[in-house]
Design a protein around this ligand. Structure first.
Ligand SMILES: Cc1ncc(COP(=O)(O)O)c(C=O)c1O
Length: 407
């Protein structure tokens, strides 16, 4: 198998096939220009609309936009901690395979992440492993819908109900898809989305919380706005008011009732989000075509790599194309080098417990999480997004084939 030195792509001149792709539509330009023409950059009508659209798409009453998926998770947890009166050091269950932010926000809230091993087929929190980690101090579970595949929410919600645990869905990588007819984001007390680059809806940076609970919604708004009194969190909260009620708003503009953050997004991100949502049928169709073509292209290699698996009870809309090496002759980094040298971007599949920062905090956890440990050695992903052409997909599949043939 030919090995080019790093930095010298074998496919010189070929643009990289990234994990995500950016396609700014005419409608996105139009809406962003509308924002610029309106002289209103801070949260306003575009954001209201985007929040309502995301909430409706996930069968929820309230949607709230902030500046990242991490911020959305941070404020969701902080709100539940305040409402529940949780103590510092109380425990939150998180999967042992996820993007690092899921566990970081637990620590940033003064809570303790307790890891739960994942399923080797779907790479998501394994409901059968949850209960043995529940202690009298467990307060919540954060299931993560990895790469656009809903978690097995039936048993997760049943355990949460029986053990009286709150649920925050980390839906940063999943939107719109249904598990047993209900959309992701509609199961937990709160669900959090990311609209960062390469996510299903991308606004550059951005995040959203959705919930049905008015008490949670009020807290989320306050916490993302410096802990302000919830009477005044957006600049037009004084609109149409006069006399005493206007004075009340004026007083609360600088009334801070809890420790909060500055996690606000702008109208421009919301405008991009609306444009993406408006064309989501088209992008969803293309995403499904890309995934189907990639699956067909790699089908003959399925004794070497495990292709993405679907849950019978759920739809999926892949944010990326996860793979796990099955053949012990293949060293993951050899395959990754082969792909990267050919301009195909890769990522390890959401390693967490083996990361230096988590090893220094919790020691060597891998022996207690054998599936996560195995995935940390063998799993990775490539892109499968609407900006990929058929030719891109075939090229990726051919590059895999070249590698396997040379084994
Ligand atoms: C599972 C998961 N949670 C949280 C996040 C954090 O989102 P953001 O990058 O918008 O902060 C990500 C981002 O990639 C993610 O994949």
């Amino acid at each position: 198998m030919p090995n080019a030195p790093r930095g010298l792509p074998l496919s010189a001149g070929r643009p990289q096939i990234g994990i995500g792709g950016c396609q700014i539509s005419d409608r996105a330009r139009e809406l962003v220009l509308q924002v610029l023409d309106s002289n209103r950059l801070s949260a306003g009508p575009m954001m209201d609309r985007f929040e309502r659209m995301i909430a409706a798409a996930h069968d929820r009453r309230y949607g709230l936009m902030c500046n990242s998926g991490t911020s959305a998770l941070q404020i969701a947890l902080q709100a539940l901690k305040e409402i529940g009166g949780w103590a510092d050091g109380d425990e939150v269950l998180v999967p042992a395979i996820t993007f690092v932010a899921t566990a970081n926000v637990v620590l940033y809230n003064g809570l303790r992440p307790v890891f739960v091993d994942v399923d080797p087929d779907f790479y998501e929190i394994d409901p059968a492993q949850i209960e043995r980690h529940v202690t009298p101090r467990t307060r919540a579970i954060i299931p993560v819908h990895v790469g656009g595949l809903p978690c097995d929410m039936g048993p997760i919600m049943e355990i949460a109900r029986r053990r009286r645990l709150r649920v925050i869905e980390d839906s940063a990588e999943a939107m719109f898809v249904r598990y047993k007819g209900k959309p992701v984001g509609s199961f937990g007390d709160v669900a959090c989305f990311s609209t960062y680059i390469a996510h299903l809806i991308s606004t550059g940076v951005g995040g959203l919380c959705v919930t049905d609970d008015p008490e949670i919604e009020v807290l989320l708004k306050s916490i993302m706005n410096h802990g302000r009194d919830s009477l005044y969190t957006r600049i037009d909260d004084d609109e149409g008011k006069s006399g005493d009620s206007l004075l009340e708003v004026a007083r609360s503009r600088f009334s801070f009732v809890r420790l909060g953050h500055s996690f606000r997004a702008t109208e421009m991100e919301a405008a991009l989000g609306i444009a993406e949502l408006e064309r989501r049928e088209e992008t969803t169709r293309r995403r499904q075509e890309v995934v189907a073509r990639m699956t067909r292209g790699l089908e003959s290699w399925k004794s070497f790599i495990q292709l993405p698996r679907s849950r019978p009870e759920a739809e999926d809309l892949r944010m990326f194309f996860p793979l796990r090496i099955l053949d012990s002759r293949i060293v993951r980094d050899d395959l990754i080098r082969h792909l990267e040298d050919r301009s195909i971007e890769t990522r390890y599949l959401l390693p967490l417990i083996n990361q230096p920062v988590y090893r220094s905090l919790f020691g060597d956890l891998e022996p207690r999480y054998p599936v996560a440990a195995m995935l940390n050695r063998t799993a990775f992903y490539v892109g499968s997004h609407p900006a990929m052409s058929d030719e891109d997909v075939d090229y990726v599949a051919d590059c895999f084939a070249d590698f396997f043939r040379a084994l």
